[in-house]
Write a protein that binds this ligand. Structure first.
Ligand code: FAD
Length: 474
């Protein structure tokens, strides 16, 4: 059924060979498929040399290339501008069409439109597919034909659609003989790309993703009970792999469905959150430009007190759970979901710093940074989003700490300087009398910062700020 002699398969955030929509379709419709990946200068030039994501992607690309070489093909790896490099390469290789999977990031949408235009001008076809999420764009709508802005009814509709439509499968192996026979090629080194090696705890590539997934499947039944406790190994830690597509989200959903336990159902709902935020971004690309989802909060006059953002970034707020979480982010490029909620709430409601500044910091540090999920999470915490924490309900950072890290295992892991404190004082060390601090060898202001703000007082200021923006309601 092939209708092309030769085509390009452009890998982007789908760095795998298993269950790959665009690759499956490319192989089925062409006699020869050239796989290509571009380290895009338009993206890389905006990143600092220490950005650890580039090392992670570099390792994933190397692993993909090795997997393709094991099949007698290879991966063309360019360090160039995708906008011009893809149309040029299609011409050089005589490819009649280019296949790729959707990416809803507005910058990627604009890039893809430019590439598509350039290819079509030269008489080449473009085929693009849904792959990154399970349901995208307008696939799930309200009865009035509008996108959902509230998660719970979206989840109901998502589950129903999954039950009726099922999960598509896009096998690659049966058609692998249509991959272009290529001699093993070299690829730019990390240093040639201008980046420094990172100390990554996460194994890269499809094999790294599969190992993590297999490990999580042993624990998935306990997910509902353990997912909120950062000291426990309760979550999957698959987010960076999902971000770069080293495993198929359809395979994950199928495994969770087959498992069927309460824990597996709870985890499936997290994959629906992911879809949800992606469709929100698709319908509201202005979110990428810093707009609040709720227009009433767009111009909220955030006080941004001097020094507060810096203290938060550098884990110097004096609130142990917040500081431990920020150290986890700074040291590993990952932060547990409960802690993302706590630290984002703390920055916006306790420090009164504009959520966009926190969003930007997470974007620079998270290995799993995803515009749709990050923006959704930040706007949830800042109470400006579609699904949002109501602005009058403000997390108490000490109570969050007592509830979700009761013995302080997580805090002690990232703030060893607080290890001598008794559990009860670990969540709010300022409650210890000075003499006791001295006796324990943890003096506030010397060994660990005194709290940067008083939660009760800042809570009142946050409420006043939001009440004014909301027109006095609430
Ligand atoms: C302020 C804030 C910022 C966030 N930024 C990001 C981000 O940049 N990238 C990112 O992938 N997630 C983000 N999240 C969502 C969530 O915190 C992470 O997906 C999760 O912590 C990743 O760990 P995990 O893979 O072990 O998750 P698990 O609990 O095992 O969940 C499985 C997968 O579901 C998806 N998922 C889970 N929760 C959410 C959610 N609330 N929204 C969207 N997808 C979700 C992720 O792909 C995750 O890998 C953010 C949340 C908040 C509150």
């Amino acid at each position: 059924m092939a209708c092309y002699d030769a085509v390009l398969l452009w890998f982007r955030r789908d760095l795998r060979l298993d269950d790959h929509a665009a690759l499956h379709h490319a192989l089925r419709s062409s006699g020869r498929v050239y796989p290509v990946f571009v380290f895009d200068r338009d993206i890389l030039e905006r990143l600092p040399a220490q950005d650890r994501r580039v090392d992670f992607i570099h390792r994933c690309v190397a692993s993909l290339k090795a997997d393709l070489e094991a099949l007698g093909s290879s991966l063309v790896v360019l360090h160039d501008r995708a906008r011009t490099a893809i149309p040029r390469l299609a011409g050089e290789l005589g490819a009649q069409a280019v296949f790729f999977n959707h990416d809803e990031d507005p910058a990627a949408v604009a890039r893809d439109a430019a590439v598509t235009g350039a290819l079509q001008q030269r008489g080449r076809a473009v085929h693009d597919y849904k792959d990154v999420v399970i349901f995208e764009r307008d696939e799930i709508q309200t009865q009035a034909g509008r996108p959902y802005g509230v998660f719970t009814p979206y989840l109901d509709a998502w589950r129903k659609k999954l039950a009726s439509a099922g999960l598509a499968a896009y096998p690659v192996a049966p058609y692998a003989d249509r991959l272009a026979r290529l001699a093993p090629a070299s690829m730019p080194t990390l240093a040639e790309l201008g980046f420094a090696p990172a100390d990554l705890a996460l194994s890269a590539g499809e094999s790294g993703a599969r190992a993590l997934f297999d490990d999580f499947m042993q624990r998935i039944d306990r997910y509902r009970a353990t997912r909120d406790y950062p000291a426990l190994k309760g979550v999957s830690y698959l987010s960076a792999h999902l971000r770069f597509g080293t495993l198929s989200v359809r395979r994950l959903a199928a495994a969770a469905l087959a498992r069927g336990t309460s824990g597996a159902q709870a985890w499936l709902a997290e994959l629906a959150w992911r879809d949800f935020y992606h469709q929100v971004l698709w319908h509201r690309p202005d979110l990428a430009a810093g707009r609040a989802y709720q227009r009433a909060f767009d111009a909220l006059p955030w006080p941004n007190p001097p020094g507060y953002l810096q203290a938060w970034c550098e884990a110097r707020t004096g609130y142990p759970l917040v500081d431990a979480a920020m150290r986890q982010l700074n040291q590993t490029g990952y932060m547990h979901n409960r802690l993302r909620m706590v630290t984002a709430s703390f920055l916006t409601k306790d420090l009164l710093v504009d959520w966009r500044l926190g969003e930007k910091y997470f974007a620079a540090r998270l290995l799993d940074y995803d515009l749709a999920a990050n923006n959704g999470g930040w706007q949830w915490a800042a109470s400006t989003g579609c699904v949002a924490q109501p602005w009058f309900r403000i997390f108490n950072p000490v109570m969050q700490s007592q509830r979700f890290d009761p013995q302080g295992h997580f805090i002690r892991r990232y703030l060893p300087e607080l290890a001598p404190l008794p559990d009860a004082a670990l969540h709010a060390p300022w409650t210890l009398p000075y003499a006791r601090q001295q006796a324990l060898g943890v003096v506030l202001g010397r060994d660990y910062p005194a709290p940067i703000v008083d939660h009760a007082a800042m809570r009142q200021r946050a409420l006043a700020l939001f009440r004014a923006a909301a027109g006095g309601q609430g």
